[in-house]
Structures are given as C-alpha cells and as structure tokens.
Design a protein around this ligand. Structure first.
Ligand code: FES
Length: 115
C-alpha cells in the first residue's frame, strides 16, 4: 500500500510523491528525486525535522524525543522523516530547502537528446 506525501516550503512551493507503508519518508523522497537534509539517518540528530500539517505517521524504530521538540517552547512540534512512515496521506512543512534531482534512466535521457 502507498500513501501520498506532500512537502510544502515556506515560500509556497510544494512537491508530491508516493511512499510505501513500510518505507521511511526520507527514502521515498530520495527515490522520487527529492533530497532533504539527512545526517544521522537514525532519528537522533534532528536534521530531517518537518512539521506535520495533516495526515498521520508512525515510527519504524525509536527516535530522539528531544529532536522533536521546539527549542524555545519545549513542545513536541517536529517529526523526524528518516524514521517516520506514513499511515495515511500526509503533508509536511519543510523549513530547510529540498533539492530536486533527475531520476530518469540514462536511456530516457539519451532518447531525449536524439529527438
Ligand atoms: S537524519 Fe538525524 S534525525 Fe533524521
């Protein structure tokens, strides 16, 4: 089963991709050519923080609750996308910019060049 993930940025941009039920959202993003900031890849550093706007997730493995908290207020505010898997279609606000890469197979690129 797959769910739709939407990333929003602070300037009104968005990107949407599919994520399998047992797949970390950061991995699904990478497969779709959307690169977000990842450092530890194990739920410990907070580099992949995102604010969930709608939907639901669960975690594949334990994560740092400290990295989910707002530094000023101490409230739980962020989800950690390197360990989060969607349980329904979900939308996140990503404050750090993502980068898009071309995931087309080389054969498709060569075909485009020949036309
Ligand atoms: S990359 Fe470190 S918590 Fe996700």
């Amino acid at each position: 089963m797959q769910h739709q993930i939407t990333f929003l940025d602070t300037r009104g941009g968005s990107v949407r991709f599919s994520c399998r039920t047992e797949q970390a959202i950061s991995r699904a993003a990478e497969e779709a050519g959307v690169l977000i900031r990842i450092a530890c890849d194990n739920g410990g550093c907070g580099a992949c923080q995102a604010e969930m706007q709608s939907g639901a997730i669960r975690y594949l493995a334990p994560i740092s609750e400290k990295q989910r908290r707002d530094r000023r207020s101490g409230e739980l505010r962020y989800e950690l996308l390197c360990r989060a898997v969607p349980t329904e279609d979900t939308t996140f606000l990503i404050r750090r910019p993502w980068r898009r890469i071309n995931r087309q197979p080389m054969s498709n690129l060569l075909a485009q060049l020949q036309n």
